[in-house]
Design a protein around this ligand. Structure first.
Ligand code: ADP
Ligand code: ZN
Length: 740
């Protein structure tokens, strides 16, 4: 017997091995095997098929062992990964590895941890009074208890998502009698649990969308939908009810979300509705827990998976519906290891499974809206917020006009209109969110005498000044330098330019000393647990003003927020990236959508130097359609996606090495370029971020009229990649997101 094996190594294609007679009864499709590979005597491999005869001129070797008692990959997942391998031009072994939970990868033999019921954590009646006393000495316990007090009785999973390392803190709280954990016995697979709270009656718009989705589920055939619903229109309720229908058919569901840590409420809503039928897959869980959740899905005990990017490979049985929430979010793109796009793979998986696929967003990606326009996706629209709440009113603060009027705008920190709105909002006891996509205090430090700029020696970027830590920091490689008062070159005085979130926080404290201010960015919150703590305090209205990076723009639902301020809308506009306008529009619309979700109407102020830029002007008018139309026209004119397909080839090495390799790749690609406009090459050129961590970076960008020409050029490049000149490394990125 011969098997085809994908080896867990950075190699393309599969390898054929023979199976010793003793192993024949246990070997099978989708199981892992140990195989000799290269110099390794036992590499992990995945059986992806059988072979009649060995390839020409190959000396067959035996597999050494079969590692699993049952297939880890069912045929549908083998098909999906097979598709991904050929589309994303990646080594299959890396995809198989990425598809398994880390706990399972480490283990030989998939033994099953005990089946557990759903556990809940809750604060006890003594908790609120005891919280202040926990204060300084037990910061971890304080944060966990604070969260519990804000959220009440919640599934343990949600707490783990919020505080990945909060286990010890929770046990300590239980021992002190401040929290308790209780268990609910698991339901037999497929049974519907009683909902914890009565779900809201669907609005007419929701009902219309649901009727279409129900029809598609009945038909039991592939049906892709784009659910375009404004912020606060109740998209999640549509997902929940669609999944309920799938469960009634005895089938399963897969829900992909951008980042569970940033939106722990979302996981909580699925748990509240479906209890033990939900398995969560995300990096907040321990390896063991992820393994256990994965097995519950594989065995059909849990029929619904809610997870991040890599959960697109989750072994949900009998898949009826796939949901991708916030489908426009860049976090669905895997940037390290195998470079896949989970949203796109979800559509492929739905097609292969004959399932319904729902891509949901208030700001659909241009790829998805173009698919809807071409009739490939059915468009479902929710144009109104639930309960007839109005969308917030959005106003521009034109920084250029203010400056021309003689006002020192302080680089647009807190303009007079925004300062007034902030003071008024906090005076009324309402909450505000201030958004700026730059960390630190000042983004650049220059010497006023000699003009010396502090730059990172390893990366081609300037260093950011972080005042609280008293350091200059490289946001790309993490290099830290102590800051000195005087210029190291000439001893002259130094000046900081460019506002970061740390400075915004300080400005708010100056402006409204009574306001309780918190900051949400990667400096202020070191761990996932801190994120949840800050969000819980904000939800609990112990914080009045939340300042942060794009972390504050995610799908949060804080009814107390009536003001959203955008400190500088232009930060993303200037990036050398064809998606710069799209990203700007999405961020502005999403952050604006955090305002006015409760009974009080919301107000949004956007500070900008570019008030007429379409991305900003359309966000002010809540005009998604207008933005999409203008942007699609410009993408078509310039031949960018979705009107073309891109393949980025990224080369890294020492200066001359990277250059030599990039030039050799360009030379090898040349024969593919003459084919009548089907394929174009940009570069080779130094990347926008020319140096990173001391390595030089060069890029080639191929744009083709479909996947086929890109595959052809990949084929031509393969020999160069196998022996890259100058010792450089080469990486392929299909449908790239990062243009830096
Ligand atoms: P979106 O994801 O579209 O921004 P959500 O699904 O978070 O919106 O819904 C916003 C809020 O409205 C949530 O608190 C949700 O429970 C509530 N909601 C959803 N549908 C309804 C409805 N039909 N009636 C009343 N409230 C609803
Ligand atoms: Zn650096």
């Amino acid at each position: 017997m011969l098997v085809r094996v994908a080896v867990a190594a950075a190699v393309r294609g599969t390898y054929t091995y023979s199976v010793p007679a003793a192993l024949e009864p246990t070997v099978g499709l989708g199981r892992r095997v140990a195989v000799p590979f290269g110099r390794s005597r036992r590499a992990t491999g995945y059986v992806v098929g059988f072979a009649e005869a060995p390839p020409e001129g190959v000396e067959l070797r035996d597999i050494a062992a079969v590692l699993d008692a049952f297939p880890l990959f069912t045929p549908d997942l083998l098909d999906l990964i097979g598709w991904a391998e050929s589309y994303y031009l990646t080594p299959p072994g890396e995809l198989y590895r990425a598809a398994l939970p880390p706990g399972l990868n480490a283990r030989a033999g998939a033994d099953a941890p005990r089946r557990r019921g759903v556990e809940y954590a809750a604060p006890t009646s003594e908790a609120a009074a005891a919280l202040p006393a926990l204060g300084r000495r037990a910061r971890g316990q304080h944060a966990v208890l604070e969260y519990l007090l804000a959220r009440g009785r919640i599934p343990l999973e949600e707490l783990r998502a919020a505080f990945p390392s909060g286990r010890a803190a929770l046990s300590a709280l239980c021992q002190k009698g401040l929290a308790r954990v209780d268990a609910e016995t698991p339901l037999p697979g497929g049974l519907l649990p009683e909902a914890a709270s009565a779900p809201p009656e669907p609005s007419p718009e929701q009902a219309r969308a649901l009727a279409e989705l129900a029809g598609a589920l009945e038909a039991r055939a592939f049906a892709p939908f784009l659910l375009h619903g404004v912020t606060g229109s109740g998209k999640t309720e549509v997902y929940l009810r669609t999944i309920e229908l799938a469960l009634r058919q005895g089938r399963g569901a897969l829900v992909l979300v951008p980042e569970i840590a940033l939106t722990p409420q979302l996981a909580g809503r699925f748990r509240a509705r479906f209890a033990g039928a939900v398995a969560l897959l995300h990096s907040g869980l321990s390896d063991r827990e992820r393994h256990a959740e994965w097995l519950r899905l594989r065995r059909g005990e849990a029929r619904i998976c809610v997870g991040v990017r890599s959960a697109v490979f989750a072994p949900v049985q009998d898949l009826a519906v796939l949901v991708v929430d916030e489908e426009h979010d860049p976090s669905f793109k895997q940037e390290e290891g195998p470079a896949y796009q989970a949203r796109d793979l979800a559509v492929v998986r739905a097609k292969q499974a004959g399932a319904v696929c729902v891509l949901g967003s208030a700001t659909p990606s241009l790829e998805s809206i173009e698919n809807a326009r071409r009739g490939r996706y059915r468009l479902l629209e929710l144009r109104n917020r639930v309960d007839d709440r109005p969308l917030p009113s959005v106003e521009i603060v034109d920084l250029g006009a203010l400056r021309r009027g003689g006002l020192a705008v302080g680089e647009g920190l807190l303009s007079p209109p925004l300062a007034a709105a902030l003071a008024e909002t906090t005076a009324r006891g309402q909450q505000a969110i201030l958004f700026l996509n730059r960390r630190g205090f000042q983004t650049l430090v220059v010497c006023e005498a000699c003009g010396r700029e502090e730059r990172c020696p390893s990366c081609s970027v300037s260093l950011t000044y972080h005042r609280r830590r008293g350091v200059l920091l490289c946001h790309y490689c993490g290099r830290v330098e102590r800051i000195t008062a005087a210029c190291p070159t000439c001893g002259g005085p130094r000046r900081g330019v460019g506002v970061g979130t740390e400075q915004v926080e300080a400005a708010v404290r100056d402006l409204v000393p009574s306001a309780r201010v918190a900051r949400l960015d990667r400096d202020a919150v070191g761990s996932v647990g801190d994120v949840a703590g800050v969000l819980a305090r904000f939800a609990n209205r112990e914080v009045d003003v939340l300042v942060g990076t794009q972390m504050v723009t995610k799908g949060h639902d804080f009814p107390g927020v009536t003001l959203v301020g955008v400190i500088l809308a232009d930060t993303a506009l200037a990036l050398p990236d064809f998606r710069a306008a799209e990203r700007t529009f999405q961020l502005l619309t999403q952050v604006a959508g955090r305002a006015g979700r409760g009974s009080e109407a919301g107000r949004v102020l956007i500070q900008t130097w570019n008030p007429t830029s379409p991305a900003i002007a359309c966000a002010v008018l809540h005009d998604y359609a207008g933005f999409a139309e203008a942007e699609l026209a410009s993408r078509r004119a310039l031949q960018w996606p979705p009107f073309t397909r891109l393949l980025a080839v990224r080369v890294e090495g020492d200066g001359p090495g990277a250059r030599a390799c990039a030039e050799a790749l360009a030379e090898a690609a040349r024969p593919a370029l003459s084919s009548g406009g089907a394929l174009a090459m940009l570069g080779p050129a130094p990347a926008a971020l020319e140096r990173l961590r001391g390595r030089s970076r060069w890029h080639l960008l191929f744009s083709g009229n479909g996947p086929e020409p890109l595959r052809r050029v990949h084929h031509l490049l393969a020999p160069v990649v196998r022996r890259p000149p100058g010792g450089a490394t080469v990486r392929f990125d299909v449908d790239p997101y990062s243009m830096l």
